[in-house]
Design a protein around this ligand. Structure first.
Ligand code: FA5
Length: 338
């Protein structure tokens, strides 16, 4: 029995030395020291020993049990230390590594251009006004002198919610809404999104405009030319030519469109300017006195001008962007250039 006990100790020493994970170690501990373990089964033979040997063997058995327990404890402590060391090594941070760069967000180029335009017109004395994108037929067409079946409506087909509710096709309805609310003098700019059934390199189904409106006593066409020329010089500098071209809008009389020399081709003609050398940026004119009837202004006392400027067109000219669709494709490689 002494031999059995000594050999159990020897084999346990070898076993623990060759065990490298805590689970196997714990299983071995149960197999050897557990209630139904190998040591217990050896000790069961104790009662069959002659009485004079029992005490010595019993003592040895206790000693060996203590030895085995200490063997398992020491190995377990060692394995736990090892595990902790490996985990620490894995989790350690190399503070000499370069950090991961966080991409910096920025406002969309069109929002920035809008803000720049608002700043220029604020400097010319215009105040900010707003109107809804979902508009009623009355403000979008009717009160702008475009009754039902007016042919000018054809050029501004849009998305209808019902016969009378639509996505506004221009920012001009804000003219009427502002004049309804305020008595002259009014001098406002109204930036916002507008919608039309349009799509090519210079036309987008959703785009942005800034409406300008100045009504007061003795506002004349030369004020219109002065304000728009001042704006163009301030925003584009002197290098780009500007021209006023006679036009027609049902809500202004007389009317003019303003073109800026194409920056893409320098005026020689390209796909962006439809080979004309010019890009139209806005429509404008003297407010048609018919409109004053809708808002109770006296046309014998007041006169004014209005304009509607395409923000994408201005951004295209300012930054040499050849295709309007680039603004809305949300390609970060394009957007992060500005
Ligand atoms: C108008 O929208 C008039 N409301 C402008 C106006 C206001 C005239 C006040 C007189 C008085 P027009 O349809 O031409 O006009 O559009 C004005 C500008 O919006 C154009 O010069 C152009 O720069 C821009 N624009 C028009 N359609 C599109 C489109 N589909 N995509 C991008 N820009 C457009």
């Amino acid at each position: 029995m002494k031999d059995q006990l000594n050999s159990l100790r020897a084999s346990t020493v070898a076993l623990t030395e060759q065990t490298f994970d805590l689970k196997t170690l714990s299983d071995s501990r149960i197999r050897i020291l557990g209630r139904k373990g190998e040591l217990t089964s050896v000790l069961r033979g104790l009662k069959d020993l002659p009485i004079e040997e029992r005490s010595a063997v019993g003592k040895l058995a206790n000693q060996i049990k203590a030895d085995l327990e200490s063997l398992f404890d020491t190995r377990e402590a060692y394995l736990r230390d090892e595990l902790e060391r490996t985990q620490l090594a894995l989790e350690s941070i190399d503070i000499t590594m370069p950090g991961r760069r966080l991409p910096l967000g920025r406002s969309h180029i069109l929002n920035r251009v809008t803000q720049e335009l608002v700043d220029v017109f604020s400097g010319l004395g215009f105040q900010l006004a707003e109107g809804p994108e979902v508009e009623i037929d009355y403000y979008n067409f009717e009160a702008l002198n475009m009754p039902k079946n007016h042919p000018a409506r054809d050029m501004q087909d849009t998305f209808y919610f019902s016969e009378n509710v639509l996505l506004r096709t221009h920012t001009s309805p804000v003219q009427i809404r502002t004049m309804e609310k305020c008595k002259p003098p009014v001098k406002v700019i109204c930036p916002g999104k507008v919608y039309r059934r349009d799509a090519d390199v210079t036309h987008s189904p959703m785009f942005m405009q800034i409406e300008g409106l100045w009504v007061d006593k003795r506002v004349s066409f030369s004020d219109l030319k002065g304000v728009l020329t001042a704006f163009a010089r301030e925003y584009f500098g002197d290098r780009l030519a500007l021209r006023f071209r006679p036009s027609f809008f049902p809500f202004t009389e007389p009317s003019a469109e303003v073109d800026i020399q194409c920056v893409i081709c320098g005026g020689s003609g390209c796909r962006t300017c439809s080979f004309t050398g010019w890009l139209e940026i806005l429509g404008s004119g003297m407010v048609d006195p018919t409109l004053y009837k809708f808002v109770n202004y006296d046309p014998d006392i007041y006169s004014g001008f209005a304009f509607g400027l395409g923000i994408e067109r201005v951004a295209m000219l300012k930054y040499g962007i050849p295709d309007i669709r680039l603004f809305y494709e949300n390609d970060v490689r394009f957007l992060s250039q500005f």
